[in-house]
Design a binder for this molecule. Structure first.
Ligand code: ATP
Length: 440
């Protein structure tokens, strides 16, 4: 089963995403809008599965992390306190000849256009926050921003959550939500877009214990990608050097993946020290310290942040799972998605459209539908139906055949091995439950 992946893999992924209903260009009938994408029926299922699994391991299965869903629009002072108004900028340059625009820090040969070799303009600092106005009057007093990260919604709710849930440090707050950045050079499909979704968890710890927690979260977060089925040989940590560190961070590691267009960040793990809560204390005038009942100490906690992109994770899983398998007569396109993130869990097929097989297959669908997304298909030869499911990563095919009529068993065909087993119809749910459970 040799993996055949070549340079045009991104074209293949983009085309598959559109053809099969994972991801569409936004506003396509109007010619599209740069770097905005819509998730179709299968894309949204897969996205939801990725987020559900993150929520499961980060929130539901632990007693030291609470969930939150903060508003996208926040008080503009938040972004002054966080440093985004003054420092959330990228250096922008334009080519005087071909007029292309670049991020100066991403150009190898400073001053020279990477596209045409022309001369570049001086660097200008460009703020990445989207600005809009609250209410009917458009003036400086009504400016608000679309949040560029979900983290700040967590910081300003630190004491609300801590007190409401009677949490003790160390504990964390997790949130999944949209973020917006007016990126200078979006691209590589959904890798870098201007509207995207983040899964962030901020863990509040006692100063002095931060380095230990930082190590703990690095390890935990790497496991997440392994459990999503991502090829571990393509994952790695990248430690930020002193000159790469963001203004708030004492230490930072990225989890990177070897994409076809470069080894790039999937998730950032940062030791943000007491920077954020101290800033909010100063700008809001409200104390943000925590009182430790046991030791009778009062302090501003340090924060270990884990910040992942939903869209980048989904793209990673698609790229990593894509395979063109050379069979004797043709090529099988298959997405080897981990069963728990695959959009459709099982295809259900009557072998022929008669002898009561469609009715039995429909009954199986209606039983399983209460628990998983399954797909009924009676069109064409059974081999073709299996292939259609392989292409969208469906891990199991359930076929109602002649033997079903005799002994109430069905054939289950497994996507990766293409092996087949017979399972009693009344044991189907049990069988799938076992196969679809979250990795431990
Ligand atoms: P990059 O260096 O790629 O611009 P960053 O270091 O600015 O990323 P963070 O601020 O650490 O990114 O954001 C955390 C995560 O959010 C990233 O690891 C990524 O998965 C996701 N993310 C950030 N910017 C974008 C974007 N423009 N499009 C899609 N996902 C993004």
């Amino acid at each position: 089963m040799a993996k055949k992946k070549n340079d045009s893999i991104m074209d293949k992924i983009v085309s598959l995403c559109k053809r099969k209903g994972f991801i569409f260009q936004s506003s396509e009938i109007y010619g599209g809008i740069t770097s905005c994408y819509d998730y179709g029926p299968l894309g949204i299922e897969m996205k939801k599965n990725i987020k559900d699994y993150w929520w499961h391991i980060m929130v539901r299965s632990r007693s030291d992390i609470e969930g939150l869903d903060a508003a996208i629009l926040m008080h503009p002072r938040v972004w002054e306190a966080s440093g985004h108004v003054s420092t959330f900028t990228d250096p922008l340059v334009d080519c005087k000849k071909c007029k292309n625009r670049f991020r100066a820090d991403q150009i190898e040969n400073r001053g020279v256009c990477p596209t045409c070799g022309g001369e570049l303009t001086e660097e200008r600092q460009f703020n990445l926050m989207f600005k809009t106005f609250m209410g009917p009057v458009e003036n400086a007093a009504s400016v608000v921003y679309l949040r560029p990260e979900t983290a700040q919604g967590i910081y300003v709710n630190f004491l609300n959550v801590q007190q409401a849930m009677r949490q003790k440090i160390p504990f964390g707050i997790a949130q999944i939500g949209k973020a917006f950045r007016n990126e200078i050079t979006p691209g590589n499909f959904t890798f870098r877009t201007r509207e995207f979704e983040q899964m962030e968890m901020q863990f509040f710890v006692k100063p002095g214990t931060d380095e230990e927690w930082f190590e703990y979260w690095k390890e935990q977060r790497m496991k997440y990608y392994e459990h999503l089925g991502v090829d571990t040989s393509k994952l790695r940590f990248h430690q930020h050097a002193e000159n790469e560190l963001a203004h708030y961070a004492a230490a930072a590691f990225d989890i990177e993946y070897e994409f076809p267009f470069g080894t790039l960040e999937l998730e950032g793990i940062h030791n943000r020290t007491d920077f954020d809560l101290s800033q909010h204390k100063e700008y809001s005038g409200k104390d943000q310290s925590y009182f430790d009942e046991a030791t009778r100490e009062r302090y501003i906690p340090y924060i270990i942040e884990t910040s992942a992109g939903v869209d980048r994770t989904l793209l990673t899983c698609l790229i990593d799972a894509y395979e063109e398998e050379q069979l004797e007569k043709d090529t099988r396109v298959v997405l080897h998605l981990a069963p728990h993130i695959a959009p459709i869990k099982a295809g259900v097929f009557p072998l022929v459209k008669k002898d009561g097989m469609p009715e039995i297959a429909h009954k199986i669908v209606s039983d399983l539908q209460n628990h998983y997304l399954v797909f009924y298909d009676q069109g064409g030869a059974i081999g073709r139906r299996y292939r259609r499911m392989d292409e969208v990563g469906t891990p199991f095919g359930i076929t109602v055949d002649t033997q079903t009529l005799e002994d109430q068993t069905v054939t289950i065909r497994e996507r990766d091995s293409m092996g087949q087993v017979r399972v009693a119809m009344d044991k189907l749910r049990e069988y799938l439950d076992e196969k679809l459970k979250y990795p431990e």
